[in-house]
Design a binder for this molecule. Structure first.
Ligand code: XMP
Length: 511
């Protein structure tokens, strides 16, 4: 792999993603990893990421000079660039001019790293210190007002670096600079493709599972679907999938899992029809957290029962989880943490069944999971689905959850999704909750008569990670179409309103 050494800023994951976008496999290692540990991973190249500190601050992480003697190509970015310069005998200090944000950058010599780039372009900077003198043997390629050495390379030793952040979209030609380091300075081949990912994952799953039996819980979401399809490709009928239909699903979702997914993959699927059980448990309940608790509790009960009914359930040794690489990195487990012999982080499993977790997506980013899903031929709507909460439509009805209300909401939600997809704006929004205000009544006039129905709220949001969000500025024509169709086609709904609150202060969901 290309190893991205994380100096503690937010950029390491982004760099790793950009490297993979250039079709080169990359992983993140902490800056505390020793040169020996890094060498043992046999990296194809090393990238030193940005970091929040000054190279000369007390306790600031340094780069061991022996790293540059491994014969492995190294690319320094921002802090990593300065640490590289300092480690190799260059001079780093304050120039008195800090640069933050868009910065005009002048190329003085293109070298290998910057070939094909224009004489000047704009880069995204975030630095107080700067490299004043490049280390011996390095050619200075660019400068800015605050950085006399903004890029350098020693093409012979395959070492290079830039002061700016090529991984952020605000840096012009950023992806090109990363790709040119990988292909031209480091001499790597772009061969990390969805087909290769599938091939490697299949081999790894076979090696791990042998002829044991495996269970997978399908949620209808993209991660569990892709994980299941990958495992199935590897071990076929040794895999059984379980899917709980709690009656709180969106229109067509159950059919998509039960029919399309099974038809395409040929997976053994057990479906638990539990609508009645969930609706009975939810009767009379309006308070959102109580709803969540009930849904969670019933889910565990149903799932446990379903697993027990699978033939040879006691032979199942592995449980598939759709854990993604960002979760692995964020929980500090980047160093190939061992599988956990436990079911405690997997709600809903019988106590007397012990599983080893198998996580076929744990090295992948979300966009790669989608590419793998496409490669495996899963339905487009499944692969590109927006995130959907576990409690489903149960927390999108403000008020008591009943079958009638679920049916109304399912219709309205389906119309919004259909029109959004038809408009081509689906990937501009992170999520598009449609909420039924069942406890609110609004007066309307339809035909000759006065109506007394319920409002529907449209809540399209744009976001990176759901931690913060903004309301999506969808075109009025699209909103109008959705509104007209919902009020015409959905009984009891005589009003459609748009939620224009960011998060914070609003959350994405209404409950
Ligand atoms: P909020 O409403 O907190 O939502 O802004 C942030 C993200 O989390 C999802 N969400 C849930 N997902 N169970 C889930 O699995 C839940 O109870 C739940 N509540 C919110 C929400 O859809 C959004 O993506």
């Amino acid at each position: 792999p290309v190893l991205v050494v994380d100096f503690g800023a937010q950029y390491a994951q982004l760099i790793a993603r950009r490297v993979r976008e250039a079709k080169v496999y990359s992983e993140i290692v902490p800056h505390t990893a020793s040169v020996e540990a890094i060498a043992a991973r046999r990296p194809a190249a090393i990238i030193l990421s940005g970091g929040p500190q000054s190279v000369y601050a007390d306790g600031a992480p340094q780069v061991d000079p022996r790293l540059f003697e491994l014969g492995v190509p190294v690319f320094g970015i921002c802090y990593g660039f300065q640490a590289m310069a300092a480690s190799l005998g260059g001079e780093v200090s304050q120039t008195g001019l800090s640069e933050f944000g868009r910065t005009p950058t002048t190329v003085t010599q293109r070298g290998v790293l910057l070939h094909n780039l224009p004489d000047s372009f704009s880069t995204w900077m975030s630095h107080g210190d700067a490299v004043k003198v490049a280390p011996d043997g390095f050619t200075v390629l660019a400068h800015t007002a605050g950085a006399p050495v903004a890029a350098f390379e020693d093409a012979e030793r395959r070492l290079a670096g830039v002061q700016w952040h090529p991984e952020v979209l605000h840096s012009q030609h950023g992806q090109q600079v990363i790709a040119q380091f990988l292909y031209d300075v480091a001499g790597l081949e772009p061969n990390w493709t969805a087909a290769n990912i599938v091939e490697e994952a299949v081999a790894a799953i076979r090696a791990e599972v042998g002829d044991a039996k495996v269970l997978c819980a399908l949620s209808g979401g993209v991660d569990s679907a892709v994980a299941a399809a990958l495992v199935h490709k590897a071990i076929g009928d040794q895999l059984t999938c379980a899917f709980v239909d709690h009656g709180l699903l969106r229109k067509g979702e159950r059919e998509q899992v039960r029919d399309d997914f099974v038809r395409i993959t040929g997976i053994n699927l057990v479906v638990a029809d539990a609508e009645e059980q969930f609706l009975t448990a939810l009767a009379g309940v309006s308070e959102p957290e109580t709803k969540r608790k009930i849904i969670g509790r019933e889910f565990i009960r149903v799932f446990e029962q379903t697993v027990r009914e699978i033939d040879d359930a006691e032979d199942i040794q592995f449980l598939v989880q759709g854990t993604l690489y960002p979760d692995v990195v964020e929980s500090g487990g980047g160093e190939g943490a061992a599988n956990i012999k436990s079911h405690h982080n997997v709600g809903g499993l019988p106590d007397d069944l012990q599983f080893t977790l198998i996580e076929p997506l744990r090295t992948l980013f979300k966009d790669e999971v989608r590419a793998v899903g496409e490669e495996l031929g899963l339905p487009h709507e499944m692969v590109w689905r927006h995130p959907f909460p576990g409690p489903g439509l149960g927390i999108r009805i403000v008020g008591e959850v009943t079958r009638e209300r679920l049916d109304l909401l399912r219709e309205a939600d389906a119309i919004a999704r259909e029109e959004l997809a038809a408009s081509g704006h689906e990937q501009d929004v992170w999520q598009f909750p449609v909420v039924l205000l069942a406890d609110v009544r609004s007066v309307g006039v339809q035909g000759d008569g006065r109506t007394y129905g319920h409002p529907i709220v449209l809540r399209p949001v744009s976001s990176e990670d759901a931690m913060t969000a903004d309301w999506s500025r969808l075109p009025y024509e699209l909103l109008e179409k959705i509104s007209t169709r919902i009020t015409n086609e959905v009984r009891e709904v005589n009003r459609v309103v748009l939620d224009i609150t960011s998060k914070p202060p609003g959350t994405i969901e209404w409950e």
